[in-house]
Design a protein around this ligand. Structure first.
Ligand code: GAR
Length: 215
């Protein structure tokens, strides 16, 4: 089996990146993490990636004076240079133009801290509390030209507790992110995930199919 050469794109601390790197340490995992690229030179995740001896790259968006496509052309050139086959966005806080999205159709995935299509954009945990939802969570999806949109590969839900603050809820959701992102990358890299329109099928189901009901 050839493992898919995968790049992780980050902007910050990189805990999801860490979860993907850990999963990919298993020889049977269908993706290998071949590059970690950040748009921010000070991203903490870069240090963590280097500790794992994973090649890192910085493409600083500030060097492109607001020209998003020029920034993305450079990102794409670095991905090509490393013979990357799949891209996983993990807290990569840049809005993408059709240039990069079209170059990686069905080969670029993203994790978003909400049960899409609810709560696209920022401050998802605060908004979930404000709206009074009882279940919140995270979604891994293929990237499409609309922000936080695209065929959904996997979702994980957590309860919203009465005492939750955005921080406590974020921590609970992050726990589920670290579980679902490695699973999603596995489904994509193995070729099990099949996209038909907005739907992704993988032939897989959760071990426990009991409904999650809260409270
Ligand atoms: C994660 O919660 C991820 O879902 C979110 O940023 C955080 C990055 O944390 N992504 C987005 O909001 C993208 N719309 P991490 O750097 O520790 O993985």
């Amino acid at each position: 089996m050839s493992r898919k050469r995968t790049a992780i794109l980050i902007s910050g601390r990189g805990t999801n990146m860490g979860a993907l790197i850990s999963a990919a340490m298993a020889p049977s995992y269908p993706a290998e993490i071949s590059l970690v690229l950040s748009n921010r030179p000070d991203a903490k995740g870069l240090e963590r990636a280097a500790e794992f001896n994973i090649p890192t790259a910085i493409v600083d968006h500030k060097d492109f004076s607001g020209d998003r496509e020029a920034f993305e052309r450079q990102v794409n050139a670095v991905l090509k240079m490393h013979n990357i086959e799949l891209v996983a966005l993990a807290g990569f806080m840049r809005i993408l133009t059709p240039f990069l999205v079209d170059a990686w159709t069905n080969r670029m995935i993203n994790i978003h801290p909400a049960l899409l299509p609810s709560f696209k954009g920022l401050a998802t945990h605060e908004r979930a509390i404000d709206e009074g939802v009882k279940l919140h969570g995270a979604t891994v999806h293929y990237v499409s030209s609309e922000m936080d949109d695209g065929p959904i590969i996997i979702q994980g839900a957590v309860p919203v507790l009465d005492a939750d603050t955005p921080d406590t809820l974020a921590a609970r959701v992050l726990g589920v992110e670290h579980k679902i992102y490695p699973k999603a990358l596995e489904l994509v890299a193995s070729g099990k995930a099949k996209v038909t329109g907005a739907r992704v099928t993988s032939g897989e189901s959760a071990d426990d199919t009991a409904a999650l009901v809260w409270p």
